[in-house]
Design a protein around this ligand. Structure first.
Ligand code: F6P
Length: 366
């Protein structure tokens, strides 16, 4: 089968457009029919105008744009069998049995279920009079070939050293902290910078190191209950040494050793109450996920997109995901990567951080 569709799902990330562009252009060069699916799995379920044929020029001038120009959605309907059956029908009606999904771990996991259940959908659609698909179409689309590409600013996917968007998000954070630092210096203030990452501390660790932060709170490093004393000690020491400002990074998943959330507000109150500091909170929010992708993300996404097309043509029996390992793009088993990602979360829950790093992969540790 020579038809392939590409969609973006879940939260967007900078570089997704570069991946779509690469998929469309490499497919076109190889003589495949390529379709873009608008609004993620929602478009797959809705069909018709949401699944559109694309050509080389449809993806011109999108390389430098953040977000995803074909739209994305978190789609609950795709989590039901009825929704997935409808999605299968819409693909089969267009003779499409190759699908590239660009998204986070949840989106890719959903895609894997779709692939595994595909033949049952084909059989059901053949039996079902009012949504008839032809015998010929069912034979052409007897199996679904599926390849995933990880787009997420969180860099929380095991198996790949980097996910598409993480590098750009990190740059956004660093730029913001550098800007804050100049005004903080003038007023001798302390800024608590809240960064994204869900349960993964990658953005927080990297930004803390590269902005010379005085303290950092992340999920993977649950704070002992005496963290307020330690925080105050670090901050006071820095001031005694002549520093005119302090930067504290709080990841949105930060916790203490009892698993209680540590919020930016809590950190600020400690500094105000105990040290009488002039402290302010800046929640970076979706600024981190927006704007133009870095050269690194454009390159990573372009490489992954091209490899995804080549990989899907090999028609493997399992779902593959494109990973960056030691600067090479490799195809890995999606199920293995998702399972390792789940094990990371379990290890963190059990306070076994060495194990968590092991499951994350050597690239992340470096
Ligand atoms: O997964 C990417 C991410 O930006 C997380 O860092 C954050 O927790 C979440 O998505 C925010 O989701 P939403 O855009 O739905 O508010």
């Amino acid at each position: 089968n020579k038809s392939l569709a590409v969609l973006t799902s879940g939260g967007d990330s900078q570089g997704m457009n570069a991946a779509i562009r690469s998929v469309v252009r490499v497919s076109t060069q190889l003589g495949l029919n390529v379709y873009i699916v608008k609004e993620g799995y929602y478009g797959l379920i809705t069909g018709e105008d949401y699944i559109v044929k694309a050509n080389w020029f449809d993806v011109s001038s999108i390389l430098s744009l953040g977000g995803t120009f074909i739209g994305t959605k978190r789609c609950m309907e795709f989590m039901t069998k009825e929704g997935r059956l409808e999605a299968a029908r819409n693909l089969i009606l267009l003779d499409i049995s190759n699908l590239i999904v660009i998204g986070g771990d949840g989106s890719l996991f959903g895609a894997n279920i779709f692939r595994k259940e595909w033949s049952s959908y084909v059989n059901e659609l053949l039996k079902c009079g009012n949504r008839l698909i032809s015998q010929e179409a069912s034979e052409k689309c007897a199996r679904l070939n599926l390849v995933g590409i990880v787009g997420s600013i969180d860099n929380d996917f095991s198996g790949t050293d980097m996910t598409i968007g993480a590098d750009t998000a990190l740059h956004r954070i660093i730029e913001a902290i550098d800007s804050i630092a100049s005004t903080a210096f003038s007023h001798q203030r302390t800024f608590i910078m809240e960064v994204m990452g869900r349960t993964c501390g990658y953005l927080a660790i990297k930004s803390a190191l590269m902005c010379e932060a005085d303290y950092m709170f992340i999920k993977e490093w649950p704070q002992k209950l005496d963290w307020p004393e330690k925080l105050c000690k670090n901050v006071s020491l820095a001031r005694e040494m002549g520093k005119r400002l302090n930067i504290i990074i709080v990841s949105e998943g930060a916790v203490d050793e009892n698993g209680n959330t540590i919020t930016s507000e809590m950190v600020k109150n400690i500094l105000v109450d105990r040290l009488n500091q002039d402290a302010r909170i800046t929640v970076l929010g979706h600024v981190q996920r927006g704007g133009s992708p870095s050269a690194f993300d454009r390159t990573l996404a372009t490489r992954m997109g091209a490899h995804a097309v080549l990989s899907i043509l090999k028609a493997s029996d399992e779902t593959k995901v494109m990973c960056l390992k030691s600067n090479a793009i490799v195809e890995s088993s999606l199920v293995d990567c998702v399972q390792a990602t789940i094990k990371v979360a379990e290890a963190i829950k059990n306070n076994d951080f060495e194990k968590a790093l092991e499951y994350r992969g050597p690239g992340f540790k470096n």
